[in-house]
Design a protein around this ligand. Structure first.
Ligand code: AMP
Length: 386
């Protein structure tokens, strides 16, 4: 998700720049001013409550703002990201935004402030007032809106400066140049954020080979818990012996072991573009751990993909694999294979359901040759990183 807040005094050009950005980044637009005007035109309870404040150029209460903004965000959890215009306007609203972003397991990427002189704002708004039909575009109210901006809204900048996501753009340049400067900020921010995929699928669905190939193509770090555990087995470490016994019984490895390995992997992967997690998380507990680990690194899950393959085909594939040198300790007999598939059903399917609600789930048909499935997966990823 890409979440941006456009900041600046009334008349800075936030509305105009928003139109460009919505098209350029396919975001969902949230202008608290527009939402309030809609509530007023519908004569709703919130609209009536806000009316006199807006007419005088004051700021509407944070209680009213939280209601309209929460409703809009939670109704659109699947959007590519949000563009906020005119929000947050108070320190409290900055906290509200942070809380709402956490609820969606995402964060604000940047707050871009359009810098213009007060007199430029006034003359632009007076000019807009000739055609906008907005009763608050008259000099007396404009002066009050600017005073509110200085008194209550400007202090919000500190909140974002402290978090290192505040950027200034000169707002008195020609429109195209302002847009160019904003895009530059966004591009730099996008380059900084990690792209993380969680790849689900039953054992035998091709998650491993596809995950590896995707990681190579898109320069992501491939994180396979199975591979890390196998390494422990092969090197006959102390944990390796324990893992081997668990595998023999078709059971899952305890979370403490897996978490230690994953944490080490993330911490050692400095400067990567993102991660592909395969075979993790496998339990609800692990799903909370992954969310927490990524949050700790200022990141979150970007996309969840499940490769779908019918059960009979899975059994055939695993049985065929057991007769090759890629045989795993857990697929040496049909009964072990079935046990493992059942274990997946019991423990991992609830995780997929949780992730589906939190991040949306992309199902990809895993039947067909390697290249066909790889193409289907690539088509999904390209949508995010184009
Ligand atoms: P705008 O269209 O953003 O200029 O907003 C018009 C008016 O709506 C402002 O002068 C405020 O009275 C009210 N308003 C819009 N957004 C907010 C907000 N986030 N907090 C408080 N009041 C707001």
């Amino acid at each position: 998700m890409l979440n941006i807040a456009l900041f600046g005094p009334p008349g800075a050009g936030k509305g105009t720049q928003s139109e460009f950005l919505l098209e350029q980044y396919n975001l969902f637009y949230i202008s608290t001013g527009d939402l309030l005007r809609k509530e007023m035109s519908e004569k709703s309870k919130l609209g009536l409550e806000a009316q006199s404040t807006i007419a005088s150029g004051g700021l509407v209460s944070d209680e009213v703002i939280v209601q309209i903004i929460e409703k809009t965000i939670t109704e659109n959890p699947d959007s590519n990201g949000f563009l906020f215009d005119g929000f947050p306007r108070t320190y409290i609203q900055a906290y509200i935004l942070e809380g709402l972003m956490i609820k969606l397991n995402t964060s604000l990427n940047c707050l871009i402030s359009l810098e213009v002189d007060e007199e430029v704002s006034v003359s632009r708004l007076l000019n807009r007032g000739k055609t906008s039909g907005r009763t608050d575009d008259n000099e007396l109210v404009i002066r009050n809106r600017l005073k509110e901006y200085k008194d209550k809204t400007l202090p919000v900048l500190k909140f974002y400066k402290d978090r290192g996501i505040f950027f200034e753009v000169k707002g008195d340049q020609p429109i195209e140049e302002v847009n160019r400067d904003i895009q530059k900020v966004i591009k730099e921010e996008l380059n900084k954020s990690l792209y993380n995929i969680v790849l689900f699928g039953y054992p035998g669905s091709g998650r491993g080979s596809q995950g590896l190939a995707l990681a190579k193509k898109y320069e992501l770090e491939y994180v396979s818990t199975g591979q890390m555990l196998d390494y422990e087995i092969k090197t006959k470490s102390k944990i390796g012996k324990r893992i081997f016994d668990l595998y023999e019984n078709g059971e899952l490895v305890p979370d403490e072991i897996v978490v230690q390995l994953i944490e080490k992997k993330i911490e050692n992967s400095k400067g990567v573009k993102g991660f592909i997690f395969k075979g993790f998380p496998r339990t609800l507990v692990q799903s909370y751990i992954l969310d927490g680990l990524l949050k700790k690194h200022g990141s979150s899950i970007s996309r969840v993909i499940e490769i779908e393959v019918p059960t009979l085909e899975l059994i055939n594939r695993l049985d065929a694999r057991s007769k090759t040198d890629r045989c795993m300790p857990y697929d040496t007999s049909i009964s072990k294979i079935v046990k493992r598939l059942q274990e997946h059903e019991k423990k991992t399917v609830p995780v997929i359901e949780k992730y589906m609600q939190m991040h949306g789930l992309t199902k990809v048909d895993g039947v067909g040759c390697f290249e066909e499935v790889f193409q289907r997966l690539s088509d999904e990823i390209v949508k995010d990183i184009k």
